[in-house]
Design a protein around this ligand. Structure first.
Ligand code: 5RP
Length: 252
């Protein structure tokens, strides 16, 4: 596989007939090429990040990566890393992380992200804002022109207390964008999805573009009852995209 590394152009190399999961794996493996021995690593969550964690463990077993410390962004990733023998720590011990690698649900041309459809947005944001480098790994289906405008969910983590009140307040904030909020449920049940932090998630759906992302972010965070939202603005330092035509690495 030939890979193009660039700062802004979009040259690609041919990779044909791959499944979405294979594309995710290509992006993840490419990101792990940037990992060096001795690094403290933020370990992302989701099906793309899972490939990166597998690859890190594989290179550790081969002796090609040594003295790695992982900071997991979810209980799921923690369990995966433990099962693979990756030594783990936390932000209390390592408040500065060398590099984090994680997937995303949407990526806009400025590398702003929507994350959290897997439910781990709070820990992801804590770990990734503490990282000197944040590599985002996606297959090309995640690329959008405007985040929040895809018709798919914009997750917001809220405290369970009076969640309907917070849901209404969130909808009212974005009334002009035709916002509908839905409490996320555990699939196939009538039970609310509960995050690793014991909170609920409201998925916001917009009929129209929400406009200024920074203003939207600030407004959501000002609401009492909100813990964090899934917009990751101006955080990614590198974007790795795998698509049918190849894989690109773009630095901010
Ligand atoms: C989890 C996330 C994930 O990174 C995001 O949902 C992408 O997931 P996947 O790699 O499975 O497509 O933000 O909270």
């Amino acid at each position: 596989l030939v890979v193009s590394t660039q700062s802004s152009s979009s040259a690609r190399s041919p990779v044909n007939n791959l499944t979405q999961d294979e594309l995710k794996k290509i992006a993840a493996y490419k990101a792990v090429e940037f990992v060096q021995s001795g690094m403290v690593l933020g370990l992302g969550t989701g099906s793309t990040a899972k490939h990166a964690v597998d690859r890190i463990a594989e290179l550790m077993k081969l002796g090609k990566l040594k003295n790695i410390v992982g900071i997991p962004t979810s209980n799921m990733t923690r369990d995966q890393a433990v099962s693979l023998g990756i030594p783990l720590s936390d932000l209390d011990t390592h408040p500065i992380i060398d590099m984090a690698i994680d997937g995303a649900d949407e990526v806009d041309p400025d590398m702003n992200l929507v994350k959290g459809r897997g439910g781990s947005l709070l820990r992801e944001k804590m770990v990734e804002t503490a990282s000197k480098k944040f590599i985002v790994i996606v297959d090309e289906s995640k690329l959008v022109n405007h985040i929040g405008g895809s018709g798919l969910a914009m997750p917001v983590e809220i405290v369970p207390f009076c969640w309907k009140f917070t849901l209404k307040r969130l909808e009212m904030l974005f009334m002009e964008a035709g916002c509908i909020g839905k409490l996320r449920m555990f699939p196939g049940t009538e039970n609310p999805f509960v995050t690793d932090n014991g909170n609920y998630i409201i998925d916001l759906y917009f009929k129209k573009d929400i406009g200024d992302l920074k203003a939207a972010s600030d407004a959501i965070l000002r609401l009492a009852g909100v813990v964090e939202h899934g917009m990751f603005l101006d955080m990614a330092t590198t974007l790795i995209v795998a698509g049918e035509l190849g894989v690109t690495v773009r630095n901010k």
